[in-house]
Ligand binder design. Structure first.
Ligand SMILES: C[S@@+](CC[C@H](N)C(=O)[O-])C[C@H]1O[C@@H](n2cnc3c(N)ncnc32)[C@H](O)[C@@H]1O
Length: 276
């Protein structure tokens, strides 16, 4: 295990996360043993815009039930469960953080999606699937932890068949000005590898992937953060929310990410690449 892997795992595993999720579900009036996939959305889509952003990127892709989907850096499995429940596809999720993979499995079983979602602990640099075996690879807010983007794209290109696609939604570096830590993806600069959109394009091109679609979602993110911040100022955090997995420093992590977006330092982008 590399030093970066240790830093990433230490950052994301804030301890007792499943207990907090179950308590949050109960507080929200949901049966904590049998949540519906949609009950989990405020906590299991750990990226800017949550479910709304997942639907925005994946909706136009024409996902069908016979597609093999691989979600890399799947966190606690929200995107995998969304794809499985909305499109009936079989989804494999992989993530570096063992506690997240364990929770992903538990939540899928609790929602009755255990048969259509599988999860395992793995790195994006060494995906545990055969060459050409994923029709669609998805990645939400993971690239900020990836120090070697060309290696990431090479590995994704390996697992795509001809005609396969790689859809990602990542926070990009926009101005080059440093962000304040902690942020939701890293406790300190050593685990943060923000890069400009061109770094992603170059890495994709070097791996033989061609651009299919790209959209700057910075303005959307600013509006989203304004909306969420206003709601939190008025009502406090909702019983089921990302604070349940971000742990005791959730407020600082969230606040610094919002400020970086408001100051024009960062912004999320959608990108879709295809294998020719
Ligand atoms: C901000 S979370 C996003 C989780 C999920 N994609 C979502 O949107 O809900 C980033 C995730 O990337 C994972 N991650 C970071 N570096 C990774 C790597 N090298 N290989 C696999 N997963 C990684 C982390 O463990 C964490 O679960």
């Amino acid at each position: 295990m590399s030093r970066l892997s240790d830093l990433v795992i230490d950052h994301y595993d804030t301890g007792a996360m499943l207990d907090r999720i179950r308590a949050g579900l109960a507080e929200a009036g949901t049966d904590p043993d049998r949540p519906k996939p949609e009950d989990l959305k405020p906590v299991d889509e750990f990226h800017t815009g949550g479910l709304e952003a997942t639907e925005a990127l994946l909706g136009p892709l024409g996902i069908t039930s016979d597609m093999r989907v691989l979600d890399i850096g799947c966190g606690i499995g929200g995107t995998a469960r969304f794809v499985a429940s909305r499109y009936g596809a079989n989804v494999t999720g992989i993530d570096l953080t063992p506690a997240f993979v364990h929770i992903a499995e538990e939540l899928s079983a609790m929602c009755g999606l255990g048969d259509r979602t599988q999860f395992s602990v793995a790195s994006v640099f060494d995906l545990p699937v055969a060459d050409g075996s994923a029709d669609l690879v998805t990645m939400f807010h993971v690239g900020m932890n990836i120090d070697d983007k060309p290696a990431l794209f090479r590995e994704v290109a390996r697992v795509l068949p001809p005609g396969g696609r790689f859809a990602l939604f990542d926070i990009m570096e926009l101005s080059g000005a440093p962000v304040d830590f902690p942020v939701p993806w890293a406790s300190a600069p050593e685990a943060s590898f923000l890069a400009p959109p061109q770094a992603y394009r170059d890495a994709a091109s070097a791996a033989g992937l061609v651009p299919v679609f790209e959209r700057d979602r910075t303005a959307y993110a600013v509006a989203f953060f304004e909306r969420v911040t206003a709601a939190m100022d008025e009502h406090g955090p909702p019983p089921v929310g990302l604070q349940l997995i971000m742990g005791p420093t959730a407020q600082a992590r969230y606040g610094n990410a919002v400020r970086a977006a408001f100051d024009g330092k960062t912004g999320p982008w959608e990108m879709v690449f295809g294998k020719g």
